[in-house]
Design a protein around this ligand. Structure first.
Ligand SMILES: Cc1ncc(COP(=O)(O)O)c(C=O)c1O
Length: 389
């Protein structure tokens, strides 16, 4: 049976050109960058070059890029590192209600350490209101963390306006750009972003590597102590194959950006238009205009708690989609999505959406096949099919 992978927001297939870039660093150039001999120095040069290549795509300076073991780690580092380094100034942190769990859970932990966490609501399309944010910034505020684009509904937040509001008030602004990086032009200095999280496995690179952009001058404490790697900010022997693959993945996204952006938008709009036209019970979650090029998130009146059953039906037919965020669902208990709830959906609707996320390897034929199979999968949900199609 043909397999169709439509879950590229969860992770992506590693590009063969990335694999090729990584291979020599397992078997030939395997030195430890902290070693003083030739093999070690070659490894150190490789990391420096990867750092420079990624920095160039961000218009940043290489020493503003700190490699981490994941996007989750970079988010933890940003929140905890800034919170503790600036504790004399204040203990107030603002995040949006639709952040990824790798922001929300460290915030819960910071609350236990006597930080005050304020959760900014979003509108029904998932957008934060900058005026609302401005009202909540106070003299104790040390950090605002608002994601660049949401992983479930694809809404793109107005990071430039948020950056300006934070800079004006002397508050650091961090953005989790794991879903947007490589899909939206991103220029942290111009957009007045102080810290940004990126990772490789959403952009056809390997899992287990990420980075935190830290603007020069930002006060942050290290969160992982040890041998002092990564300019003393993140100790651990560097994962060189993954870092080299990350750099290649970033470059490929930037080189191929325009063509790929247009192609993905066309496929995305084809899916959205087709479903909304052909299936009267369907509705789109998130913003139609400010939306990631690869994201479709559809709810169905009447489907409600049956989204998982629909996902499994599609799976039997060789089509892989998601009902929410793979990186936070982690297991079989299917909770209502905190993102959809924050968009104002009721608890039953918030368990009833399908996320279809496109990527580099999806073809128009695959999209057509999905659109052909979807009504059949829904028809298989006997109890509610009559309401749905
Ligand atoms: C928005 C967002 N932030 C952070 C992460 C976590 O990144 P990682 O899987 O590299 O830990 C993810 C998902 O992976 C994500 O979608």
């Amino acid at each position: 049976m043909q397999r169709i992978y439509l879950d590229n927001s969860a992770t992506t297939k590693v590009d063969p050109r990335v694999v090729e870039e990584m291979l020599p660093y397992f078997s030939d150039n395997y030195g430890n960058p902290s070693s003083l001999h030739t093999l070690g120095r070659e490894a150190k040069d490789a990391i420096d070059s990867a750092r420079g290549r990624i920095a160039a795509c961000l218009n940043a300076s290489p020493d503003e890029i700190v490699f981490t073991g994941s996007g989750t780690e970079a988010n933890n580092f940003a929140l905890k590192g800034v919170a503790f380094a600036n504790r004399q100034k204040g203990n107030h942190i603002i995040v949006s209600r639709i952040e990824h769990d790798s922001i929300l859970n460290p915030c819960r932990w910071l609350k236990d350490q006597r930080f005050e966490i304020e959760y900014l609501p979003v509108q029904k399309d998932g957008l934060v209101e900058v005026d609302e944010l401005k009202k909540r910034i106070k003299k104790e505020t040390v950090l605002v963390s608002i994601m660049h684009a949401n992983n479930e509904v694809g809404t793109i937040e107005p990071v430039e306006a948020i950056g300006a509001a934070c800079r004006e008030r002397g508050v650091y602004f961090h953005t989790d750009a794991c879903q947007s990086f490589g899909k939206i032009i991103f220029d942290p200095h111009r957009q007045q972003i102080d810290l940004a999280t990126i990772n490789a496995h959403k952009i056809y690179g390997p899992k287990g590597v990420g980075a935190l952009f830290i603007r020069k001058g930002v006060k942050i404490s290290s969160w992982q102590q040890g041998g002092g790697q990564e300019m003393g900010l993140r100790s651990a022997t560097e994962n060189i194959p993954a870092i080299m693959g990350f750099a290649k993945a970033v470059e490929l996204c930037f080189l191929e950006f325009e063509k790929e952006d247009e192609r993905l938008r066309r496929l995305r709009d084809k899916i959205i238009d087709h479903i909304l036209e052909q299936m009267p019970s369907a509705y789109l979650n998130g913003s139609r205009e400010r939306r990631l090029s690869n994201n479709v998130n559809i709810g169905f009146y009447g489907l409600e708690g049956e989204a998982i059953t629909l996902q499994l039906k599609l799976d039997e037919m060789g089509i892989f989609v998601s009902t929410g965020s793979a990186c936070s669902s982690n297991g079989s208990d299917h909770k209502a999505s905190h993102v959809l709830s924050s968009l104002g959906l009721d608890p039953i609707q918030a368990r009833g959406a399908l996320r279809i996320s496109l990527g580099r390897y999806n073809t128009e034929e695959e999209v057509d096949r999905f659109l052909e199979v979807l009504p059949k999968a829904i028809a298989g949900l006997k109890s509610i099919a009559s309401v749905l199609v």
